[in-house]
Write a new protein. Structure first.
Length: 447
């Protein structure tokens, strides 16, 4: 293969990686921005900022040097485990509060990067799986409200909204049942596009914001205001950062096996440090905390192209898209019902990911059952009734007024109580627990 052909293949595969993560990437700003009450213009700007920040974060991870970057074909995006905490923070403190919490979480990840491998045993599958499941459970009401047309919207739960939402969900299911390879990978993106086209024929799409949007705009730091710092928000986002580091560990291990490259503790440290920098980038641009997108791992396995060049092309393409306001505006025309149908599947997958992680736990031991039962019970209970501890001192409410924080702390403490010193249960999340592939499947793909 000559240089032109090789370059053409790398570029096409890089764009393919961008398409694989695009649907998940734009859903996050649409959900969070909508929940905190951003108008269509601000929402379009947030989408553009997010795309550019995703690209910059991807380049940080691909740029392997003596300080940061693991140098594997990794694509970075905002994890869905951060969506629910950001909505809660945004409703209380606005986008500046989200920004401040993300900045501090980035510093926490940077500080932990040097010795995270030594403390990862404190976060075994029983803890991480429980936390991820709690986060997923708190996200489902967001998806259902959107599926109905948006909470408080005129015509909430109308036949049109329900038909659109469940139609999108059905298309995702059909594509995952009967299609394979890349088309299955982009099933969410295709379903969102199809749902939006259907909504346009139903007269539910307004293109005016797209027509008004410009063709080029530079991304500015702190465009939604200077960050504000709140203890409860920082604690919630820092927990998300630690959970993301554990999930990232699985992605690193899976990709190293797929790529046939042995990674050292130093490589892992550089990867964690790049993730911390990526989170800081998100906070600096009023965007989101960024971590590895596990769905792109499957794409690396499918294409068998294991060079980081594809990630670099993907990162550059995302930055270019982020600088084009019309692209951001185009995403804002997607009706709430379409978003709800897509996110019902995606947020449900967060719960399923937590369940899959818990599949590595020995539930023959009553103690592990109690850890999950009590932690989920506390987390969900506080989410449903946030005023339960309203009469407690403020310092205690920092830990109790957020279901994700209280459930996560409960899981961590109960694990220390029941499982401290038990080597059998103190294992990190394995790559197949994150990516859904077994070592046997990886070996078959390499042969």
């Amino acid at each position: 293969m000559d240089t032109k052909q090789k370059s053409g293949k790398i570029i096409s595969l890089g764009i393919q990686h961008m398409l694989a993560m695009y649907g998940g990437a734009v859903i996050v700003p649409l959900i969070v921005g909508g929940a905190v009450g951003l108008d269509p213009v601000a929402l379009a700007a947030l989408v553009s900022i997010d795309l550019a920040a995703c690209g910059l974060a991807t380049l940080l991870q691909a740029w392997k040097n003596r300080f940061f970057g693991i140098g594997l074909p990794i694509v970075m995006g905002c994890t869905f485990t951060a969506v629910s905490p950001m909505i809660i923070i945004g409703k209380s403190y606005g986008m500046p509060g989200i920004c401040g919490a993300i900045l501090v979480a980035g510093l926490v990840v940077l500080l932990l990067s040097t010795f995270f491998g030594k403390i990862v045993h404190l976060f075994p599958p029983v803890v991480v799986g429980t936390v991820v499941m709690i986060i997923g459970i708190t996200l489902i009401p967001v998806a259902i409200n959107n599926l109905g047309g948006g909470q408080g919207a005129k015509g909430f739960g109308s036949a049109q909204n329900l038909m659109l939402g469940f139609g999108v969900l059905l298309l995702i299911i059909v594509m995952n049942r009967w299609l394979k390879g890349f088309m299955r990978t982009i099933s969410v993106l295709v379903s969102i596009i199809a749902g939006t086209i259907a909504a346009a024929f139903m007269g539910m799409v307004d293109f005016s914001n797209v027509a008004k949007a410009g063709w080029f705009h530079l991304i500015e730091p702190f465009s939604f205001g200077m960050p504000t710092f709140h203890t409860d928000a920082i604690l919630a986002m820092s927990i998300v950062g630690v959970v993301s580091m554990i999930e990232t560990t699985g992605v690193y291990l899976a990709l190293s096996e797929i790529c046939g490259r042995k990674i050292t503790d130093k490589d892992m440290e550089h990867g964690y440090r790049a993730e911390g920098l990526a989170i800081l980038v998100g906070g600096f641009f009023n965007a989101f905390p960024y971590t590895t997108f596990s769905q792109n791992v499957g794409l690396v396995q499918m294409t068998r192209v294991k060079t980081r060049s594809v990630a670099i092309v993907c990162g550059i393409a995302l930055i270019i898209l982020g600088l084009i306001p019309k692209i951001g505006a185009l995403t804002t025309i997607i009706p709430n019902a379409v978003i709800g149908g897509a996110t019902l599947a995606m947020f449900g997958m967060v719960i399923a990911s937590g369940v899959r992680m818990l599949g590595k736990v020995d539930f023959g031991r009553q103690e592990n059952l109690l850890i999950v039962a009590c932690s989920v019970g506390i987390g969900l209970g506080v989410t449903v009734q946030p005023d339960l501890f309203a009469k407690f001192p403020g310092i205690i409410q920092i830990l109790t007024n957020n279901g994700i924080v209280s459930g996560s702390i409960a899981a961590l403490i109960l694990n220390l109580v029941f499982n401290v010193g038990r080597k059998k249960d103190q294992e990190i999340v394995h790559p197949e627990a994150i990516t859904g592939q077994t070592v046997a499947e990886t070996s078959a793909a390499k042969s």
